[in-house]
Design a binder for this molecule. Sequence first.
Ligand code: FES
Length: 117
Amino acid sequence: MLTKAENERLTRVGPGTPGGELLRRYWQPVAIASELSAEKPKQRVTVLGEELVIFRDQQGNYGCLAEHCAHRGASLYYGFVEDCGLRCATTAGGTLPPTASAWSSRSSRAAAPTRIA
Ligand code: FES
């Protein structure tokens, strides 16, 4: 029988937890590629306690970003899928390419939108 502390250590998977740090070292399935189409190119998912937006850009590349923009926290779910990424819906919105920020508690929050010419 696990103690309460052992149970907490093994079952918590959010950012900064031992279980979460372990699981973030491995690829995690978050969706089925066929769920993202030209008609519905974005989807919200919650994985390991993190709110994410997965998308397919107009070139067919897949991306996964923290849902809330690093600039002012706008939801990227309401962003615009463009030729080479997802653009934040705010007026200051830059385009985040699919490769700009692989999902992880470390990298996704560090990526600020950048304009791509
Ligand atoms: S909130 Fe996204 S660019 Fe400002």
